[in-house]
Design a protein around this ligand. Sequence first.
Ligand code: G
Ligand code: MN
Length: 250
Amino acid sequence: MATLDKAGAASDVDFRLVYQPIVHVDTGTVAGVEALCRFADGRAPEHWFKECERLGSAPALDLAIIERALADLSQLPTGYLSVNLSPSTLRDPRLTDLLLSPDVPADRIVVEVTEHARVADYLEAQRVLGALRKAGVRVAVDDAGAGYASLRHVVELRPDFIKIDRDLVHGLAEDHARRVAVSAFVLLSLDLNASVIAEGLERPADLAALYDLGVDAAQGYLLGRPSTRPTDLAAWLRRDGAAKAPTLGE
Ligand code: G
Ligand code: MN
């Protein structure tokens, strides 16, 4: 694994991408896929993202991932491609250069603002996100309800998607408080004209509870494990109903 330095020789970083489907709760159809990163040394992505944040190289890594995901886009199924962004990447001018390039179908791109770091300046973040939105890029708040993804964060960023953190989703079928918390996000989403995605869905009982609560879409091992090859994913998604499809290993 190459060292991640601030200069961001990001192409040296040894990672590969996997794609995980995001599925409509009511119909089982695929709304889009999220590009997720896997590192060659086998360490959890959280480890590397934290380390990059500490070294100031989060933008270099984020941009390298986005570049690779964009190159895969033509092999991915229709629907959106969701990519993760640390708040510090929002301050990097290379982000808009990359996403606003004429070859990028902006209306297929969703940027997820991750919860690992604090947004220091919401006005600045809104300015950059505004420029992306003008071109058709949509915005998600990742892991809402965890880390720095507070209610304030959601209200400030006015996302198109609210992705609810898996710790609030797992076990909601048996936990009234979790259901109320998810409902609160659904209520907020109606006001913001956003759509809610539940993350980390592993259990059928929780899927049924999400349906009852009016959650739009879900992502998790129950609906599909992240897949290594975009072509595999495309073939898999052509089958009828993601929820019934066999899962591909990573
Ligand atoms: O923070 P973010 O939501 O981008 O993180 C996604 C991570 O969660 C990925 O590493 C992915 O492999 C993992 N993941 C995806 N689905 C599930 C799931 O159903 N359960 C758990 N525990 N993790 C999941
Ligand atoms: Mn994410």
